[in-house]
Design a protein around this ligand. Structure first.
Ligand code: AMP
Length: 429
């Protein structure tokens, strides 16, 4: 099998690493890839959001299967373009990807199908209307810009003043671009967050192991939101009774709702949950694997990912094939100093060779590039040190021991990945 993977972050490195282990796989390309993926796949410099360029690439290399990592190509319609040509691809159509591409679409979908979620106060296309509605809401208030905003589109406003400020920045100053043309106001939920991700071929589905990510930049969930500072997976995150409840009140109504609305969904579906005192409720949908959760999830896969993904693309997914390593896994993200604000790049990365043979540890690369044979930083999230072990404690020990051996100027990482953070009080924690 020849496979094209689209994307260039830690998630895509983890996917490429796992796909490469399959005896069915002969060749992997990655567009655009990064300084680490280049060791496992042929990287092609194509922008992952550019559907026309990706179609042209696929025309040339004729992959047997294409796997899409990030949301942008999906929201831009890559699966539709591939389906028209009968090219196998894992990822939902543009319409189905609206579950992530439009917060208002996804909220209205949840309400139509009586799936537990935060109460919606309203959806607005002018800041005047949204500001007028502030008189009728409870505080704190969650405000969501409707479209893709690179993780910056949600805020938890403690007061009317903070809400007005956010509304002005997204709806009048357009600081988040087109994503902020409409907004959704909703109730703030309290509880612990959990990522429930599944793979579906539109008829059958297979859940991934449960995971949780850490979005704030500093220990104790302090500081600004990031694309993800780390994640962990352990079966204890989702006891059997809770799992049953999530499946019967959320997963199956969602998949059935999509089917009854004539929106076939094929690919990974990420369901972000808040485990509230009233039971699990949906915070968000993503139309792809989360990152860094994907790195922790891949570390627990005990099956042939290439075979399973080819089956999903061909609508013959066999959920029994997905077997998982018992125990736990973690991913600790090493970032450039200053991230998610301003940071410098081009810093030399040392120490990777010293941990190359550490059993149970893989370092997935995200913001890296090769510069005359030396690896340097090229982004905010640089590396994902990922480890699996028989218990969460053992996985954490392996990952942190490896992380300590890696150096680059300004390196920063959280020391409390996997620690229970208590009740989550702020958006993005
Ligand atoms: P979203 O972009 O919808 O995924 O939201 C990003 C993050 O904001 C989620 O992972 C939660 O941490 C937080 N969040 C979203 N909606 C709510 C809500 N209704 N109550 C509390 N936190 C929320």
């Amino acid at each position: 099998m020849k496979i094209l993977v689209i994307g260039g972050g830690g998630r895509e490195h983890a996917l490429v690493w796992k796909l490469k282990q399959s005896s069915l796989v002969e060749k992997i390309w990655c567009a655009p890839g990064n300084g680490g993926i280049v060791e496992d796949a042929e990287c092609v410099a194509v922008d992952s959001g550019d559907v026309a360029a990706l179609v042209a690439l696929a025309e040339k290399i004729a992959p047997d299967l294409t796997v899409v990592g990030p949301e942008l190509p999906l929201v831009n319609g890559i699966s539709d373009a591939f389906a028209r040509r009968n090219w196998p691809i894992v990822g939902p159509t543009r319409q189905a990807a609206q579950l992530e591409g439009s917060k208002i679409f996804s909220k209205e979908f949840l309400l139509r199908h009586n799936i537990p979620t935060a109460k919606m106060y309203g959806a607005y296309s002018s800041s005047q209307d949204a500001c007028a509605a502030l008189q009728t809401v409870d505080w704190p208030l969650v405000i969501k810009a409707d479209g893709l905003c690179g993780g910056k589109g949600v805020t938890l406003a403690p007061s009317e003043e903070a809400a007005r400020e956010f509304l002005e920045s997204v709806m009048e100053k357009h600081e988040l671009g087109l994503g902020g043309q409409r907004v959704l106001l909703e109730e703030t939920l309290e509880g612990e967050e959990l990522s429930f991700i599944l793979l579906t071929d539109g008829q059958r589905y297979a859940p991934m192991v449960p995971s949780r990510d850490h979005k704030r930049v500093f220990d104790g969930n302090k500081g600004p939101n990031t694309g993800g500072m780390g994640a962990y997976s352990s079966d204890d995150l989702l006891p059997a009774a809770l799992r049953e409840r999530v499946i019967s009140t959320i997963v199956e109504p969602t998949l059935n709702g999509l089917a009854t609305e004539g929106i076939p969904y094929q690919g990974f579906l990420y369901i972000g949950l808040m485990l509230t005192a009233d039971g699990p409720k949906v915070l968000e949908f993503n139309c792809r694997l989360g990152d860094p959760e994907a790195q922790a999830i891949v570390a627990r896969m005990d099956f042939d990912l290439a075979e399973v993904l080819a089956d999903a693309a061909a609508i013959r997914l066999n959920p029994l094939r997905l077997r998982w390593k018992k125990g736990a896994s973690v991913c600790v993200v090493l970032t450039s100093g200053g991230y998610p604000g301003k940071f410098e790049t081009g810093k030399h990365i040392d120490g990777l060779t010293s941990i190359r043979d550490n059993i149970g540890v893989e370092v997935f690369q995200a913001g890296t590039r090769l510069e005359t044979n030396s690896l340097v930083t090229s982004g905010g999230r640089v590396l994902g040190v990922t480890a699996a072990g028989p218990s969460l404690e053992e996985a954490l020990t392996l990952a942190y021991r490896a992380a300590e051996k890696i150096h680059f100027d300004g390196i920063h990482y959280r020391k409390d990945i996997g620690a229970h953070s208590g009740r989550v009080k702020a958006a993005g924690d």
